[in-house]
Design a binder for this molecule. Structure first.
Ligand code: NAP
Ligand code: GDD
Length: 324
């Protein structure tokens, strides 16, 4: 029997990779999008013939319940969120509505329609924030450092609570930073590779960044969506840290990206701009993915160095094509 998956946030980076993975597994894939005045869904443009799109919004319980009722999925992946950390200081209430209460609305829709539907919540390493343990694992306590991180802690615990209260198959994937050529350009990795491409092609002279000393455990988004799917295929629901187990400074990413483009040292090009420094920083993230390896058989396939090279090459190609 063909399975049906409903993805909220299908137009985002992860939604596009997850849709590709599920289509390859033979799923009927339904993506939920919110109404906009333009129809720009560039990350899923290549999939429009193969997926179904339904309209709904995390802010609206009626639409969420109607979507789940109409689609009747076997699995729901709740990827939709206000996902950019700096915006969460500018729009803390809206971030809470999307990223925290949004998860409750999806869970409520599932519970009302059919509590047997399997549910995935996109939790985040931002929940560890000012870390209390190195490396961070499933049992590490949370200390979020932004309204986004606080909202994700709520989304995490409401998922655990619905699992325990209603015996639902609800899982939370605590995913560390994952990137790709489809990453939004506001996030640091893509901002760097896009900036490197513009400098390489003579379209820009400098790249303005914030804190170069922050450390992140960066992986490839295509590897991480496989972990989401694996979590919903087990005998029982649980929560998993998904990470590479390696950490790098932002300055390491910058250095390797400039080298990959053949530009040499980054120092003449990079300007530290206080506008990009955050009110409270997450200084160090490094995850311990051993539970995911042991129980899901999951391991990342793309290395940090290959990820940087992949993103630089894709941006040089894209920027060059746009200016041809
Ligand atoms: P992303 O590219 O920012 O995509 C976010 C998605 O959420 C977009 O499809 C967006 O739709 C949708 N969305 C936002 N508000 C919505 C609303 N009110 N109703 C319906 N849809 C809404 O994020 P991502 O990188 O793919 O991440 C996917 C999820 O994983 C997010 O929840 C993120 O917080 C979480 N996460 C990401 C990482 C990472 O490193 N990427 C790590 C840990 C956790 P529009 O296209 O209409 O804006
Ligand atoms: N965005 C951005 N822009 N970040 C910068 C810049 C800059 O110019 N300069 C330095 N940084 C630093 C930030 O201060 C942060 O320490 C690090 O680069 C990573 O920033 P982002 O790429 O914006 O990601 P994030 O770690 O805040 O959040 C991402 O990962 C989370 C998982 O840990 C997002 O995808 C979240 O949605 C996700 O939950």
């Amino acid at each position: 029997m063909q399975k049906t998956a409903l993805i909220t946030g299908i137009t985002g980076q992860d939604g596009s990779y997850l849709a590709e993975l599920l289509l390859a597994q033979g799923y009927r894939v339904v993506g939920m999008t919110r109404r906009t005045s333009t129809d720009v869904h560039e990350r899923i443009q290549h999939l429009v013939e193969d997926i179904e799109i339904v309209s709904g919004d995390l802010l609206d319980q009626t639409s969420m319940t109607k979507v789940v009722q109409t689609v009747r999925p076997d699995e729901v992946y709740n990827l939709a969120a206000q996902s950019f950390v700096p915006t969460s200081w500018d729009q803390p209430v809206l971030t809470g509505e999307f990223t925290a209460l949004g998860a409750t609305r999806v869970l409520e829709a599932v519970r009302a329609v059919d509590p047997a539907i399997r549910f995935y919540q996109a939790s985040s390493s931002e929940m560890f924030g000012k870390v209390t343990e190195v490396p961070q694992r499933e049992t590490t306590s949370f200390y979020p450092r932004s309204p986004y991180g606080v909202a994700k802690v709520y989304g995490h615990w409401i998922t655990v609570n619905y699992r325990e209260s209603y015996d639902m198959y609800a899982c939370s994937g605590i995913l560390f930073n994952h990137e790709s050529p489809r990453r939004g350009k506001e996030f640091v990795t893509r901002k760097i590779t896009d900036g490197v491409a513009r400098i390489k092609l003579g379209l820009a002279k400098e790249l303005r960044l914030g804190n170069l000393d922050a450390k992140r455990d960066w992986g490839f988004a295509g590897d991480y969506v496989r972990a989401m799917w694996l979590m919903l295929q087990q005998g029982h629901p649980d929560d998993y840290v998904i990470a590479t187990g390696r950490t790098h400074k932002v300055s390491d990413f910058v250095r390797i990206a400039f080298e990959a483009a053949g530009l040499g040292s980054y120092e003449p090009y990079v300007v530290v701009d206080p506008r990009f420094v955050r009110p409270a920083e997450v200084d160090l993230l490094i995850g311990d993915p051993s539970k995911a390896k042991r129980e899901l058989g999951w391991e990342p396939e793309v290395s940090f160095e290959d990820l940087v090279a992949m993103m630089v090459a894709a941006d040089i190609d894209r920027v060059a094509a746009a200016h041809r």
